[in-house]
Design a protein around this ligand. Structure first.
Ligand code: HEC
Ligand code: HEC
Length: 122
């Protein structure tokens, strides 16, 4: 009786160690269990949206470190973008808008979008 119950749990636990765990150490706004392939796609999209390299936000070969101000701002931006997505979903439940709203909508290939210089930052 006991063995029947424990064995599947043990196998599940092993599978989790082998397949389920990511190596990421310092995810505070993204899902800490995110797949590596998905995280890579996301990071590439951030870089492309802002027209920057990974090192704009990251210390080379130490992606978990929070040494760069840009990374700290990006973390807030990720949370802000998720919030806007959630609002869009609530306002337009039938339209597929929330998935399409991302960094590029505002940044359009620039870390310092021109419209922000012109209208917001004085
Ligand atoms: C605009 C800023 C920005 C750019 C550009 C960027 N990242 Fe990130 N990256 C972040 C932020 C913010 C986090 C942490 C997210 C969190 O806290 O959930 C992160 C997390 C990571 C992590 C997880 C590290 C850990 O162990 O916690 C990896 C790996 C990573 N980025 C790789 C990359 C790569 C590779 C590129 C270039 C293709 C890249 N990043 C470009 C902002 C950026
Ligand atoms: C609703 C519009 C909007 C969205 C969406 C948005 N941003 Fe921003 N972001 C801004 C504005 C405005 C600034 C300030 C630009 C400036 O300093 O001229 C900014 C600044 C930044 C900066 C600092 C740039 C610097 O030069 O210091 C980073 C990094 C950044 N955003 C990352 C992101 C990431 C990553 C996403 C997507 C997860 C994102 N942003 C989504 C509007 C937005």
């Amino acid at each position: 009786m006991k063995i029947k119950f424990v064995l599947p749990l043990f196998i599940l636990g092993l599978a989790n160690i082998v397949y389920g765990q990511s190596d990421f150490k310092n995810l505070k706004v993204l899902d800490p269990k995110i797949e590596e392939s998905e995280l890579k796609l996301l990071m590439k999209s951030y870089a492309k949206s802002l027209g920057v390299k990974c090192t704009f936000c990251h210390v080379r070969d130490a992606f978990h470190k929070d040494d760069k101000e840009h990374k700290l701002i990006a973390r807030k931006m990720i949370a802000m973008t998720a919030g806007i997505r959630a609002d869009l979903k609530e306002i337009f439940p039938k339209k597929d808008l929330s998935e399409k709203f991302n960094c590029a909508v505002c940044h359009a290939g620039s870390a310092d979008p021109e419209w922000a210089e012109a209208h917001l930052i004085r």
